[in-house]
Write a protein that binds this ligand. Structure first.
Ligand code: ADP
Ligand code: MG
Length: 293
């Protein structure tokens, strides 16, 4: 163990701390899942870190030898961009999945950095699905039905669904297909008020569409230790949701926001950065929470 003093250079201290964290992370052993776990990453507010959390947690799972599928269910296709898969209009996509036109096996592409991380991209066609589904029978259950086979056959250990920033029929499909919900909470904003509608929607889904859905799990994102607002929001979320809040907070980090421009997750873009370490730590905590359910 290095011997450092309080007046040491702060950069050196932070490097040392990251080094210690990397040693702990290297010891992670993910449990073997008895069945596929489907996690919807949802919050109807835009810009809270849904997509970043979805792709970076998925990559953390993949790094630890889990077979993972990410379904991009946002017409903006940010997860498809970050995961480096083709998503122009002619590409088979989550639109085909959610409208029941095609099954998982013909829609998947593989992430260039992790061979055990598959992706079903979204394309601009998905924007039309909301309208198309309005008159469909079982319109909220479409995705659940489309995923039944892969789930039964345990093709994947985990399936992540990146939700759009609204509570329309696409998000309802995600919540109905999911076993778990991860709600990213941006720590730079008084977030609790905005969560009421989401929590009410989850309750409704539980009562009417998906009785086995577990209580949501929360992840605090864009945390800056230097601002009192961040600290207040984090404390407020913890007071409200206690054990359901992942202890690790995702720091505000330029590296996290840069990675998608290179079609990469933070794990391949800058693996030893503090943002990458935080996502790996949060992912392992999430696995432990899911294991207990
Ligand atoms: N921890 C972070 N630090 C800095 N920027 C972040 C962080 N998480 C996300 N961002 C950036 O904030 C914006 C919104 O994040 P995103 O994950 O796309 O949110 P959402 O999917 O909820 O709209 C994006 O530009 C993203 O790169
Ligand atoms: Mg998004």
């Amino acid at each position: 163990m290095a011997d450092y003093t309080p007046d040491a250079n702060p950069i050196a201290l932070s490097i040392l701390k990251n080094f210690e964290r990397q040693k702990e992370i290297a010891k992670y052993e993910y449990p073997k899942n008895a069945q596929t776990k489907i996690i919807a990453v949802s919050n109807q507010k835009g810009g809270v870190g849904k997509t970043s959390s979805c792709v970076n947690l998925a990559a953390s799972f993949a790094l630890n030898h889990q077979k993972v599928l990410v379904i991009d269910l946002d017409p903006q296709a940010n997860a498809s961009t970050a995961l480096g898969v083709e998503h122009s209009a002619h590409v088979p996509s989550s639109y085909d999945l959610v409208t029941g036109k095609a099954g998982v096996n013909v829609l998947i592409q593989t992430n260039p950095d992790f061979s055990n991380l598959d992706v079903i991209p979204s394309t601009i066609n998905l924007a039309g699905a909301e309208i198309e589904l309005v008159t469909a029978l079982n319109r909220e259950r479409k995705l659940r039905i489309s995923l039944e086979n892969v789930k039964e056959q345990h093709v994947y250990d985990y399936i992540f669904i990146d939700c759009p920033p609204s509570l329309g029929v696409l998000s309802l499909n995600a919540l109905t297909a999911a076993d778990f919900i991860l709600i990213p909470v941006q720590s730079e904003y008084y977030a609790l008020e905005g969560l009421t509608l989401l929590l009410q929607t989850i309750d409704m889904v539980k009562k009417q569409l998906n009785p086995k859905l577990a209580d949501p799990i929360f992840l605090i994102t864009m945390y800056s230790a230097r601002t009192s607002l961040s600290k207040d929001v984090a404390e407020e979320v913890r007071n409200h949701f206690g054990e359901r809040v992942i202890q690790t907070m995702i720091p505000r980090s330029v590296r996290i926001s840069e990675a998608p421009s290179y079609n990469q997750t933070i794990l391949s873009y800058d693996k030893s950065s503090s943002g990458s370490l935080a996502y790996q730590e949060a992912a392992f905590e999430l696995v432990k929470i899911l294991e207990k359910q």
